[in-house]
Design a protein around this ligand. Structure first.
Ligand code: CP
Length: 300
């Protein structure tokens, strides 16, 4: 596959290949797979984990990185189109990792790029590399990707990570619980996709009720930057996970969160055996190393 834009572009076998490759790179780290490769890291929207784990991935595999972390300091500010920007950058690099606030920006960039484009998040649309590290983490904690019960909690409307992950797991016969305020419910188009595939999902408004039912509790932050402040205040703090809520949890339950968290997981959860979000974030390096190596046709 040349470009990594959207999870529905992947087959189940391709997802499994990235997960298996990430596991092998975590078990036996490599330092040579990207030697001589130059990767552009173009972030038009803020990021901590995605940008730095991509840059770490490249440098730990022997490659080098150029790029920017603030689109306002680029010639986009002077009116240059994304198409022109990508034509130029892709003429002297081996791959372009890009985050952009507009849905569809990564797909557009791929149409003008001479080298693979990897979507590091496009608006409220997709975050495919987060999904790859999530799948890797789910398999690492549960030993499989099939026949799991997962709850997605929080902002399911604007949270691009849950969109990508639900689409990926719809290839693996899982059961979903969607826990969200009405204003932040899973988008209709995604529920319709699940209906068409015959995937079971349950809408639920109680966080405490779903905890005993699931293997993975996937918490998310309300995406304050994507909607009106008055609306945000109405739903802020509605779903907060605390350490005293695990009384009836399964032993194998793991709490994931794409991070950053704001107030949806209290810090006392970090010390419970269920918290796995920091290891999940660390897994971003291995999943992105796997992806880069596979996209650039390196044998792992
Ligand atoms: N999970 C994630 O995308 O984090 P950043 O916004 O910090 O990259």
């Amino acid at each position: 596959r040349k470009h990594i834009i959207s999870i529905p572009d992947f087959s189940r076998e391709e997802l499994e290949l990235v997960v298996a490759t990430a596991a092998s790179l975590k078990a036996a780290p490599r330092n040579d797979l990207l030697r001589g490769r130059l990767i552009a890291s173009c972030f038009f929207e803020p990021s901590t984990r995605t940008r730095l784990s991509f840059e770490t991935s490249v440098q730990r595999l022997g490659g080098t990185v150029i790029g920017f972390s603030d689109g306002a300091n680029t010639s986009a500010k002077k009116g240059e189109t994304l198409a022109d920007t990508i034509k130029i950058i892709s003429s002297y690099t081996d791959a372009v990792v890009m985050r952009h606030p507009k849905e569809g920006a990564a797909r557009l960039a791929s149409e003008f790029s001479a080298v693979p484009v990897i979507n590091g998040g496009d608006g409220a649309n997709q975050h495919p590399t987060q999904t790859l590290l999530d799948l890797f983490t789910i398999r690492e904690t549960q030993g499989r990707l099939d026949k799991l019960s997962l709850a997605f909690v929080g902002d399911l409307k604007y949270g691009r990570t849950v969109h990508s992950l639900a689409q990926a797991l719809s290839l693996f016969d899982c059961h979903f619980y969607f826990v969200a305020p009405d204003a932040l419910a899973m988008p209709d188009y995604l529920c319709e996709e699940l209906d068409e595939k015959g995937i079971a999902y349950t809408l639920c408004d109680s966080l405490e009720e779903v905890i005993p039912l699931v293997d993975i509790l996937y918490m998310t932050r309300v995406q304050r930057e994507r909607f009106d402040e008055a609306e945000f205040k109405k739903i802020q703090g509605q779903y907060v996970l605390r350490a005293d809520m695990f009384r009836h949890a399964r032993d194998n339950l793991r709490v994931l969160h794409p991070l950053p968290r704001v107030d949806e997981i209290t810090p006392d959860v970090d010390a419970t055996p269920y918290a796995y979000y920091f290891e999940q974030a660390k897994n971003g390096v291995f999943a992105r190393q796997a992806l880069l190596a596979l996209v650039l046709n390196e044998t792992v």
